[in-house]
Design a protein around this ligand. Structure first.
Ligand SMILES: C[S@@+](CC[C@H](N)C(=O)[O-])C[C@H]1O[C@@H](n2cnc3c(N)ncnc32)[C@H](O)[C@@H]1O
Length: 426
């Protein structure tokens, strides 16, 4: 029966057939969420769903000033919003977009799922621009760090939501996810890692390598790592073809010298550069040093693997123009667009004199110790039964996670060696 006081009287009904168990679960949910009736709950659910599925009105962007800040033989730094740069750029004209977008947007908020959606909404116009300017055989590479939800030892899903959005809504293909392992990463947040000891340290950034088609141009022969000592001796002494316990047949070709080994998608690169021409230049001139630079070896890897000399590389969140400097050194045309002119002032140092920002000839390796190889007596190390919810229960309040902790009886010498990075870190 319609209520006479309501402007849009609810005159129709719908009935839902369900099992007794489904009905009980629904009633329980309605009660838990504080709705008066099942109808109120279903109406609220439908409203939220319809709202999220309705495209937002297209708001026309007002272009901001975009100025060429500096030009080199092969590229240019632009000061302004990269959305404006992309609007002017002709379609299908960029071979590689190599970038690390800001994730401060997530940090300022609560890191919950709501923020993951907000991040995707903020990213949408960039996704549209990327899709327009990228060539069909081009690549889009996004370096993006994870984020903790404040107050709990759990993580935001925002970077995974971004990946799913780019693939499902904008039609990008995931060529291969990479993980940039920074051996020099500090154990943060200290509260979960060092104080309450309920999480290991997060030391990787996700790097989404995406493409417009399933077949972006690429070659892993361009990014070889030096052979390990055991592989060198195998090449020297020859390899006996055999079947591995896994069933894989390994032929004599395994022992062929291909000039280096195909790297894994775990990129071991320490971000430890605290001295160097860029920092000195900024300090001398009293400029802000960009706080979120990536190491040159990261863009170098993707520029080498997915572009040829003369191709065009864009970094739409240019920062201190690491991508531009590497592209210039590798003979690629390039553009870096950065909103904050102060960062471009510091970036000028990267194009003065002869600077060697490339990895070749500077091979190094890191040692990853196998976890659990340090023997621990479990009877002496109870699990943190409340998952770290209360701080007072913890025994170990040391600030140095690597040294602190349970009694270590033996350190294993079993190691995995990696060969891709630019600086060794103990
Ligand atoms: C994570 S930093 C990139 C750092 C850079 N990879 C480096 O190594 O120096 C992201 C940068 O994007 C810039 N930025 C944010 N929104 C932008 C926009 N719409 N257009 C251009 N730059 C933007 C920020 O000012 C910030 O410097």
């Amino acid at each position: 029966m319609a209520r006479p006081t309501v402007s849009e009287p609810r005159e129709t009904t719908t009935s839902i057939r369900m099992s007794a168990a489904e009905k009980a679960a629904l009633e329980e949910r309605v009660k838990t969420l504080g709705y008066k009736t099942i109808s109120d709950y279903l109406r609220a659910l439908a409203r939220a769903d319809i709202q999220s599925a309705t495209p937002k009105a297209q708001v026309k962007r007002i272009p901001r000033p975009l100025t060429e800040y500096h030009r080199t033989a092969l590229g240019s730094m632009w000061n302004g919003d990269s959305l404006d740069w992309m609007e002017r750029r002709e379609p299908n004209s960029v071979n590689l977009i190599m970038t690390s977008p800001p994730f401060g947007l997530v940090r300022k908020k609560s890191y919950g799922n709501e923020d993951a959606h907000a991040y995707c909404d903020w990213f949408r116009p960039f996704a549209e621009g990327f899709r327009k300017i990228l060539r069909d055989d081009g690549s889009l590479v996004i370096d993006i760090g994870g984020a903790w939800k404040p107050g709990t030892p759990t993580r935001s899903l925002y970077h995974f939501e971004l990946l799913i959005m780019l693939c499902e809504e904008y039609g990008f293909h995931l060529a291969l996810e990479h993980y940039w392992w920074n051996p020099a990463k500090l154990p943060t947040p200290a509260e979960w890692v060092n104080v309450r000891r309920v999480r290991p340290k997060d030391a990787v950034n996700c790097v989404w390598w995406l493409s417009k088609t399933p077949f972006p141009k690429a070659s892993n022969r361009r990014v070889l790592a030096p052979y390990s000592e055991s592989m060198k001796s195998l090449i020297k002494n020859g390899y006996q073809a055999k079947t591995r316990p896994s069933g894989h047949v390994i032929s004599e070709k395994f022992g062929k010298d291909n000039g280096g080994s195909v790297p894994p998608n775990l990129l071991a690169i320490a971000n430890t550069e605290s001295t160097g021409a860029y920092q000195e230049y900024c300090r001398d001139k009293g400029l802000d040093i960009h706080p979120a630079r990536f190491p040159a070896a990261l863009p170098e890897y993707f520029i080498r693997m997915t572009t040829d000399p003369g191709d065009f590389v864009l970094d739409p969140f240019g920062g201190s123009c690491v991508t531009g400097a590497v592209a210039e050194a590798l003979g690629r045309r390039w553009a870096c667009v950065e909103m904050n002119a102060a960062y471009l002032e510091g970036a000028m140092s990267r194009f003065q004199g002869t600077q060697d920002c490339l990895s070749a000839g500077k091979p190094s390796s890191y040692v990853i110790h196998t976890p659990c190889a340090a023997a621990v007596d479990e009877r002496e190390v109870p699990l943190v039964a409340d998952g770290g919810a209360a701080r007072s229960q913890q025994r170990d309040h040391s600030s140095s996670g690597d040294q602190a902790g349970p009694r270590v009886k033996r350190v294993s010498t079993k190691v995995v060696k990696t060969n891709t990075a630019d600086r060794a870190v103990a």
